[in-house]
Design a protein around this ligand. Structure first.
Ligand SMILES: *Cc1c(COP(=O)(O)O)cnc(C)c1O
Length: 375
């Protein structure tokens, strides 16, 4: 057994975080929407080519804002995959919405766009594609369906920072998009996120919802002489110390993504022969998608095979993890949501997917992970 464990995730620090946080302390403004927040938002706007990016406490908070902006009312239906993190659904359930789950594609594990139209009813309000592993959903088709049926599209791009679909940043294609900077994602601030607001009419309201329902942002810009309660809202903006941390990470986003990509590619090449022998299936990246090496997963034959493999890894003190108890089979999913049609691919993937360790710094020990798979 290895003495030094190989964890599933390990945070990467650029070295600039503390310097920037110290500067934020020296400036003496620790509440939200100061200089670091503006720089982080501007960075995101430039990088994703969207007009309005607002950093938030988390991707969960960004999705909650999106649900308010989409005007979700009691009983409105939102089409999404069941194979996702709980926040994708919860944000809409908090508004009284009903998630309607459709199955995923067997190749990318993203929402199967060919199943969406049949799930639309006269209560349907929005579609929420989740870009699993930073690989884009089939957005052209999804946007066409949304247009035809007059639905909002909220991209859960929690895992999709620095990834593109047909050259466009994930999160910038739908009406809104949500990013996560949780410490398990590629670019981090501990807890953190951002909402991309891609439609002009939603932008002012997004600022208001994020600032406790007030027009404080306009007040700071000198556009109004006092700020007042304008709308529903909450406190969705992080403090400046978090924004300072985040800016340090964003400024190195290219390098971080490249380092992760090298590790991803090493796995992909090493495991090609096991795929050829039919022992596992590797991730599939469509030609239209530039992914961000958020995740390297394997698809195995059965739950038993996966459990055996996890045991083998644990013996070497290596800790891969599986993913998503499907929302439709979780207690709250049964209570607040419904499934549309057969979700057998979702169920199968949930039983057979294994995520390998992937973090900057793994390079020197990655062969140990590969060796377990080869043995
Ligand atoms: C991580 C994640 C979230 C939640 O992000 P937080 O920043 O932790 O709120 C939501 N959706 C998906 C698909 C995620 O992977």
């Amino acid at each position: 057994m290895n003495v030094v464990m190989i964890p599933f995730n390990r945070i990467y620090l650029t070295g600039k975080e503390l310097t920037y946080i110290q500067t934020s302390h020296e400036i003496g403004n620790l509440s939200g929407d100061g200089g670091f927040t503006h720089k982080a938002c501007a960075w995101l706007e430039t990088k994703t080519q969207t007009k309005k990016a607002l950093i938030t406490h988390s991707c969960t908070a960004a999705l909650e804002m999106a649900a308010i902006l989409a005007d979700i009312q009691q009983g409105d239906e939102i089409i999404m995959p069941s194979y996702t993190f709980v926040s994708t659904a919860n944000a809409f359930v908090l508004r009284g919405g009903v998630p309607v789950f459709v199955d995923i594609r067997p190749d990318t594990l993203n929402i199967d766009e060919t199943l969406i139209e049949a799930a639309i009813t006269n209560r349907t309000k929005a579609i929420v594609p989740v870009h699993y592993a930073g690989v884009g959903c089939e957005m052209d088709t999804i946007m066409a369906i949304a247009k035809k049926h007059n639905l909002m599209v909220v991209e859960d791009a929690a895992q999709g920072v620095m990834a593109t679909y047909k050259g466009r940043a994930l999160g910038s294609i739908g009406d809104m998009g949500a990013y996560s900077f949780h410490e398990t994602k590629n670019i981090i601030s501990g807890e953190g996120g951002a909402i991309l607001v891609n439609r002009e009419p939603l932008m002012l309201r997004a600022e208001i919802i994020r600032e406790k329902g007030t027009n404080r942002s306009q007040f700071y810009r000198g556009q109004v002489d006092k700020y007042t309660w304008q709308d529903v809202g909450s406190s969705y903006l992080p403090g400046e110390d978090v924004a300072a941390f985040l800016l340090a990470q964003l400024e190195q986003a290219e390098e971080i993504t490249q380092k992760r990509m090298d590790i991803w590619n090493t796995y992909h090449q090493a495991l090609a022969q096991l795929e050829q022998k039919g022992m596992l299936r590797r991730p599939v990246i469509p030609v239209d998608c530039q992914h961000n090496a958020h995740m390297y997963y394997l698809l195995l034959e059965s739950l038993e095979q996966r459990s055996e493999l996890i045991k083998k890894f644990k013996k070497q003190n290596i800790h891969p993890t599986f993913h998503y108890i499907p929302l439709h089979s979780a207690p709250a999913g049964k209570k607040y949501a419904r499934a549309h049609g057969d979700l057998s691919i979702t169920d199968r993937v949930s039983d057979t997917l294994l995520r390998l360790p992937l973090w900057v710094g793994l390079e020197s020990r990655q062969q140990e992970v590969i060796d377990v798979l080869m043995s």
